[in-house]
Design a protein around this ligand. Structure first.
Ligand code: KDG
Length: 347
């Protein structure tokens, strides 16, 4: 009951924040909506990660570019740490026109456009370089266009990064070590079935609830890039980390289609260019962070386990049936197209 009351309270707070424009700054300027009487517009941009994460630094860069390029006629109010809600509720707010921008991982987006689950195929991308090339390619860019069917505009791919397992129970070095571990996953059916195939007990959960669940022992572990594990202080409640690198997560810079369609052609080009330029900046910061923070996690006492190629291959083999199960749900043309792009990027 306590969790439900916490959840209801946080949802109510989020609704109040959005309804009242959220920030003191918005209240001072009377900007409680996305458009003010003098034609100026406000973008309410919310993410789930905290102010230290490269995702928020990228969002600040987006705000800086847009406000400069529009001479302030479009203002960007930024919110981090789930202040406006979780990925699902913020994406729904974009569809309803109650918020203008959010930047979730592709996994929760699959609940709105199922083709995005293609990026949750375990061990799909062998490297960041291959991911970069595939995400700029025809199939991935075409998926961004699919978002318009869901009243969303996908302006650019940003980077969450390679996801790695952390837990509070034991070192995980082989597929047998997953047995019985209660692992929080993103709210995405492919992720859930993949961790079942590895022998774990998956629990789908919004990111905003994750730290408390780890702290209370509701789940034993979770999986996210090192930068998230460190910057969200998960090392305070997790003792082990493994370089499973089981999924490469893109972020998608989402804008409300209602808001985007209300922009002039010039404004649309400005926000598109800003999302792309800020994305390049965010990806650079993100890679530096993910390279740096594994050491930081070990300095905080987290025990690191390296997965051997042989053990990783066992994990790859174990999840193949799941990929086949989801191929039709995602769309065989999308799966085949992305896999061909991955092959081509390695030639
Ligand atoms: O701001 C994005 C986060 O809310 C979320 O997408 C991060 O990868 C994530 C997770 O595990 O939920």
């Amino acid at each position: 009951m306590k969790k439900l009351s916490f959840f209801m309270a946080s949802s109510l707070l989020a609704l109040v924040l959005v309804a009242c424009g959220g920030s003191d700054e918005a209240e001072q300027n009377g900007e409680n909506e996305s458009a003010s009487s003098d034609g100026d517009k406000t973008i309410r941009a919310g993410i789930g990660l905290n102010q230290d994460h490269p995702q928020y630094q990228g969002l600040l860069k987006f705000a800086e570019i847009v406000e400069e390029e529009t001479d302030g006629s479009i203002q960007v109010d930024t919110y981090h740490s789930g202040q406006l809600g979780d990925d699902r509720s913020m994406t729904e707010a974009l569809q309803l026109g109650n918020q203008e921008v959010t930047i979730p991982s592709t996994a929760p987006i699959a609940n709105f456009v199922s083709e995005f689950s293609v990026f949750d195929i375990p061990f799909l991308f062998p490297s960041e370089e291959v991911a970069d090339e595939v995400l700029q390619g025809e199939v991935a860019q075409g998926l961004l266009e699919e978002l318009e069917e869901a009243d969303l505009v996908g302006l650019a791919y940003w980077e969450n990064g390679f996801r790695d397992l952390s837990n509070s129970e034991r070192p995980v070095e082989t597929i047998e070590d997953f047995d019985g571990l209660s692992i929080r996953t993103m709210e995405n059916d492919l992720h859930i079935e993949a961790f079942q195939a590895l022998g774990a007990n998956p629990t789908p959960m919004a990111f905003t609830e994750l730290f408390t669940a780890l702290q209370q022992g509701t789940v034993d572990g979770q999986e996210n890039p090192y930068a998230t594990i460190y910057l969200e202080n998960f090392y305070e409640v997790q003792d082990y980390v493994s370089d499973t690198h089981h999924v490469y997560s893109p972020f998608v810079f989402l804008m409300s289609k209602q808001f985007y369609d209300g922009l002039t052609d010039e404004e649309q080009q400005i926000v598109r260019n800003a999302a792309e330029e800020a994305g390049e900046y965010q990806i650079e910061l993100n890679r530096e962070a993910n390279a740096e923070y594994l050491d930081s996690l070990q300095e905080e006492g987290v025990e690191f386990s390296e997965i051997s190629d042989e053990d990783r291959q066992e994990m790859v083999d174990a999840v193949q049936p799941v990929i086949e199960d989801f191929k039709d749900n995602i769309g065989a043309d999308v799966v085949d197209g992305i896999m061909e792009a991955v092959e081509a990027a390695q030639e």
